[in-house]
Design a binder for this molecule. Structure first.
Ligand code: FAD
Length: 120
């Protein structure tokens, strides 16, 4: 089947930053838009935690709400203040969803975000 390589190409080229993590938010995969939006080359971001994107001014309660959703196997959408590789903050519209295995266990997460700093 051509589907696996088609899926790979589609996700790789999608115009939204996409990353796939393990259950602890360690990045296993990031697409090309992720590098464009965050400034992190792929080789530098694989194996690091999504929290490298955190601008530490974001209220803790927001992250707790995010993780409450994820641990209850629900997706979360919200706006986070992220920090790119250059240290510059940007406003990110983020959706994170659990990826369940055949037994229904959320073993991984997929994150999708866009820089909405320039949107008025
Ligand atoms: P953390 O050490 O992560 O802790 C913050 C709070 O979150 C903790 O008090 C705890 O309640 C909770 N928490 C953290 N890890 C877990 C866990 N594994 N299970 C249960 N609860 C937990 N953050 C961003 O700022 N920007 C992003 O773009 C972003 N994208 C993400 C994409 C994906 C796919 C995932 C899974 C997470 C993403 N996160 C993102 C969240 C990120 O993993 C951090 O939780 C967040 O950045 C806060 O980092 P921290 O170091 O300040 O705190």
């Amino acid at each position: 089947s051509l589907l696996p390589s088609l899926f790979m190409a589609a996700v790789e080229q999608a115009p939204v930053a996409i990353s796939i993590t393990d259950s602890r938010a360690n990045i296993l995969y990031a697409n090309a838009a992720f590098t464009r939006v965050t400034g992190y080359p792929r080789a530098e971001i694989i194996g690091r935690n999504e929290s490298v994107l955190s601008h530490k001014v974001t209220p803790r309660a927001l992250y707790e709400d995010l993780w409450r959703h994820l641990t209850e196997r629900r997706p979360w959408t919200g706006t986070l203040l992220n920090r790119g590789r250059d240290g510059e903050p940007y406003l990110a519209e983020v959706t994170i969803a659990p990826v369940a295995d055949a037994e229904g266990q959320a073993t991984h997460f997929i994150g999708m975000h866009r820089d909405i700093t320039e949107v008025h």
